[in-house]
Design a protein around this ligand. Structure first.
Ligand code: CP
Length: 309
């Protein structure tokens, strides 16, 4: 079944062929936006953004993507400003969203909330981050960034993930997408924040070569370094977060010891784990990565609404 007209709930739902189509369409849209600020493809369509956890990039880029396609946006941001604060259930809220919009992006602190939403309403639902679960559209824009930099096409590529691999939902999604390609993965984290078991199973089934270490010097062999924040909001015991929050820092000095062609990615927001002294370095692609979210989310919106371009 094609990815078109579906909800996007997990990166695991995409085939290699789907990914090729999404990368190509995102590239076409990136080119098209250089010539036109509004592609006027979605005149009568409405996107609803329901963000019950904080966001800058995901919500704004979904909304910008819809505007650039000529569509409209309605938005509920923060539980406290919707009737959920008065005790309305998520199901009742979603039934309203279904009648007001054609497609909906939802971020929620509970893992599986977007799957529940997709089962409750008939319009396509996009998982814009569900707790420590997944963030598939971030994974897709990460993949697009790696592709745009010419790394996906290399016969041999090592991607090192650094930081909170247990709770980092963007990593959970990107790992599944990368399993379709010829990659070697290295997971660098404190043992307590290592890759959840289900992703070990997935990588073994896909035949992907990977290793785990606590030693950040493993970054030296990588072509792509994907850094994440320690996810404070997922820790039940705050003392645990305090223990790990400064576990790793990727800075210009460390990058100077790595491959010349290393690219450093981060889904953002960052705290101290990527030093600002790296921002002007040619390896730093995290702002470009966030920018790419616009083209990828435009492609996804068009696909889910089954509009050809
Ligand atoms: N990468 C990402 O999800 O950023 P936001 O939390 O700002 O949406």
């Amino acid at each position: 079944m094609s990815w078109r007209r579906q909800s996007i709930l997990s990166a695991g739902q995409f085939s290699a062929r789907d990914l090729e189509e999404i990368l190509n369409l995102s590239g076409k849209l990136e080119t098209a936006l250089k010539n036109s600020r509004n592609l006027k493809l979605l005149d009568d369509y409405v996107l609803a953004t329901l963000f019950f956890e904080p966001s800058t990039r995901t919500r704004l880029s979904f909304e910008a993507a819809m505007h650039r396609l000529g569509g409209r946006v309605i938005s509920a941001v923060g539980m406290q400003f919707s009737s959920l604060a008065k005790g309305e259930t998520l199901f009742d809220t979603l039934k309203m969203v279904e009648s007001y919009s054609d497609i909906c992006a939802i971020r929620h602190s509970v893992e599986g909330a977007s799957s529940l939403a997709a089962r409750s309403i008939r319009i396509p639902v996009i998982n814009a981050g569900d707790g420590a679960g997944e963030h598939p559209t971030q994974g897709l824009l990460d993949l697009y960034t790696i592709h745009r930099r010419g790394y996906l096409e290399r016969p041999q590529m090592t991607v090192a993930f650094i930081g909170d691999i247990k709770y980092g939902r963007t990593i959970h999604s990107l790992v599944q997408l990368l399993s379709h390609f010829k990659v070697n993965l290295v997971f660098i984290s404190p043992r307590e924040l290592s890759l959840p078991e289900k992703y070990h199973d997935l990588l073994k089934r896909a035949g992907v070569s990977y290793s785990e270490t606590e030693d950040i010097s493993a970054l030296r062999e990588a072509h792509v370094g994907y850094v994440t924040r320690i996810q404070e909001e997922r820790f039940i015991d705050h003392r645990e977060y305090e223990k790990f929050k400064d576990a790793y820092v990727v800075d210009a000095e460390l990058v100077g010891q790595c491959r010349k062609d290393l690219i450093v990615m981060h889904p953002l927001p960052r705290l101290t784990e990527v030093s600002t002294d790296l921002d002007a370095h040619p390896s730093a692609v995290y702002f470009e990565q966030a920018n790419n979210g616009l083209y990828v989310r435009m492609a996804l919106i068009l696909g889910l609404l089954d509009i050809n371009y």
